[in-house]
Design a protein around this ligand. Sequence first.
Ligand SMILES: [Fe+2]
Length: 528
Amino acid sequence: MNSVPQNKKILFVDDEESILDIAREYFLQKGYEVRTAHNGLEALQILKGEKVDCCFTDINMPEMDGLELAENIRIHDNTIPVVVMTGYPSLDNTIQTLKNGVVDFLIKPVNLNQMELCVRRVLRERHLFIDNVLLRKEVESKARLEQLNQELLFKVDELNILNRIMGDFTAISTSSDVFQRVVDLAIEIIHADQSSFYVINDAVKKPFRVTQAKAGSVDAESDLDHNAIEPKAPHSSTDPHPDLCQGQLNQLLLEIVSDELPLLVTENAGTQKLSQETRSFMGVPLKIRDKIFGVLTAAITRSAKRFSEKDLYYLSFMTQTAAQAIENLALYENIYENLFATLYGFVKALEARDPYTQQHSTRVTNIALAIGKQMLFSPEDLDVLNVAGRLHDIGKIGIRDDILLKPGRLTKEEYEKIKEHPSMGAEIVGQLGLWDKEREIIRSHHERFDGTGYPNGLGGQDIPLLARVMSVADAYDAMASDRAYRQRMKSERILNILEEGAGTQFDPEIVEVFLALHHKGSIGIDLP
Ligand SMILES: [Fe+2]
């Protein structure tokens, strides 16, 4: 015979006191603990206060019947087996009790012996059931724990990366460095093979790459090196990245700008405007003061990696942080130098594309400054002249290479394009919200004294004085340097042209100052 389960507690629920008495007497003798209740509510009270191992209940009782009690027990603790004792088992009752998680039936009048067998069976089953539930719970919680741990690791990882990006940008003190840093980070953090930053906006309609980094190169290549005194060799002919078919890519960049949305091409299926070598690609627009300034791109050309949404998230975060860094830099006093460095970097990159214009801006600036000093300009005006001189041709970054670098004569249409550069330059500088005076000089450096110049046909005193100075300096240097389409002119010829242009192309007073300086040997001795 099976031994009596020790310390097992049975709850009997019946509105007939005599049945409770008999059950209590019998099971206490058998070594069980016994609790009794007269209806469902009383039973639930007991269950709230103590643990029971098994429950026998009548169906028809006041306050709360047995079926409702069974349902409540299931909700309270679904490991407690409930056995129903009923005098009138109907089909409805049977179905309902099964639904409520009742494990067995006993038909009244209940035989005590039968009851005890039932108790032993349900307790055994309960034991197995609990083991099972516990086991399952343990497995589940382990899996959940692992998942949480994984998620936590990802979060920590992500946080580290985001912090790293933020930290990297706060350490930067010039905006030109921001562009270099952002492409370096794209290589390092999202493991791109190539990353570039293109300036492209309302003013610069053709994407102009200002900086690029490639995986595996110790010092990422930079087109933007404002500290370099010597301009770099032109790389129009030695472009190290012919793999991106530029025309198509440009179109894609323009689409990113007009959509104002990041682009993710996980797998280049050949339908995108990407070169075959580009396996995976991302482009994110960079906005400064809510206006698009350029596009940061990342490409996979060699590795087996493919960009994911997460990579796009990181690239977007980098772009935003870079923009924020530029805007923050703008809040400090050195913004002037910072942005100037950035823009001047563009000019250097531009001049580097055309061997004939290398250092043109520097020379023009020096000549303009010499004239300005001779004319006793204020230190502020000389400063303006210095910045405007270096940036006067910045608008040319919006002009296609085949026009800009054309060796032969320009067609009328091409010339019209070239004539857009003063306005474009003014827009680029203006977009940053600084240098109103410089901006006007940049815009007006091709105006003529007789009012037949461009872009606005201003004449005489309507042309800002500093722009009139710039015009003479610019013309002189252009004639004194070799160009793609002609050799530099002889000094005598240049001076003649300037003299003849006095009053038509140039302000006669400024030409006079220039000629005097030239005569003294202060200008143009060893030019170019
Ligand atoms: Fe110009």
